[in-house]
Design a protein around this ligand. Structure first.
Ligand SMILES: NC(=O)c1ccc[n+]([C@@H]2O[C@H](COP(=O)([O-])OP(=O)(O)OC[C@H]3O[C@@H](n4cnc5c(N)ncnc54)[C@H](OP(=O)(O)O)[C@@H]3O)[C@@H](O)[C@H]2O)c1
Length: 239
């Protein structure tokens, strides 16, 4: 398959690119700094690198890049610095999601493209009555008003849920919600409709597992069927 990865130089995006290439797919990566990718990845014959900040691309350029893609994965996230969190572009994830989806929808009729958005367990599924304690609600509303990336993640998810919806002929989506991310090898993981252990349970999610789950959404139709138009929560399996 042909898959476009946004945020490919990120700590999760790199795993996604690596695993997709290992599985024989053709990968198109939009990255600001290609040198952040390992040299053997960078020189892989199935990888095409587009050197750009995604929001700097014109609509026409984005359309050309998504033209023949079977799936798009967004692992974008704000750099954890004052400028990355509070500077422009404040709506990086939401704006990239919106523009990539627009680009898909301008293409001639083709089978639906899978759009997989990396999000966070801190964003609620509006269609489920996800229980939150008073403390969790307080912390999340504090984050909503003070930390722009939280609001960005909320807007990106809301765009897919409300604007793209579940009867769009050109786009099917899944919003993957990891718990606190860690760097660790692939291991057993669990997926669920909603956080089952509370938001601040301390159950981590290996970035490599997030990538593996995203790749399985692309490759494995029963997995896609289970999670399309949903917001799966992913956590490492309990020890
Ligand atoms: N940290 C956690 O515990 C946690 C938990 C759950 C969910 N999440 C969510 O998971 C997502 C990804 O996490 P991660 O740790 O893999 O992220 P990461 O390592 O920080 O990667 C972020 C990616 O976004 C790109 N990016 C940042 N600012 C950009 C800009 N202005 N224009 C274009 N590209 C830009 C980065 O490119 P460069 O390499 O060029 O900077 C990088 O490829 C985030 O949305 C985050 O909110 C995080």
């Amino acid at each position: 398959m042909k898959i476009l990865v946004a945020g490919a130089t990120g700590m999760t995006g790199r795993h996604v690119v690596n695993q997709l290439l290992q599985n024989g797919h053709q990968v198109r990566a939009i990255v600001r700094t290609p040198d952040k990718l390992d040299s053997e990845i960078l020189s892989h014959r199935n990888l095409t690198v587009i050197k750009a900040a995604i929001l700097d691309l014109t609509d026409e350029e984005l359309q050309a890049h998504v033209m023949d893609c079977d799936a798009i994965v967004s692992c974008l996230g704000h750099v954890l610095s004052f400028k990355g969190m509070f500077g422009a572009p404040r709506n990086l994830c939401a704006e990239a999601t919106r523009r990539l989806c627009n680009a898909i929808q301008i293409r001639p009729q083709s089978p639906p493209t899978k759009f997989i958005l990396m999000n966070t367990v801190g964003v609620k599924n509006p269609h489920l009555n996800e229980p939150r304690t008073i403390v969790e609600r307080l912390v999340l509303s504090l984050l909503h008003y003070t930390i722009p990336p939280q609001r960005d993640n909320e807007l990106a998810a809301a765009y897919l849920i409300d604007e793209i919806g579940s009867i769009n002929p050109q786009i099917e989506w899944s919003i993957v919600r990891p718990d606190s991310l860690i760097n660790a090898d692939i291991s057993q993981y669990e997926t669920a409709q909603s956080p089952s252990t509370g938001l601040f349970s301390g159950r981590p999610t290996a970035r490599a597992n997030v990538a593996r789950f995203m790749v399985s959404l692309i490759e494995d139709e029963p997995v896609w069927h289970q999670w399309k138009f949903k917001m799966p929560v992913i956590m490492n399996a309990a020890a």
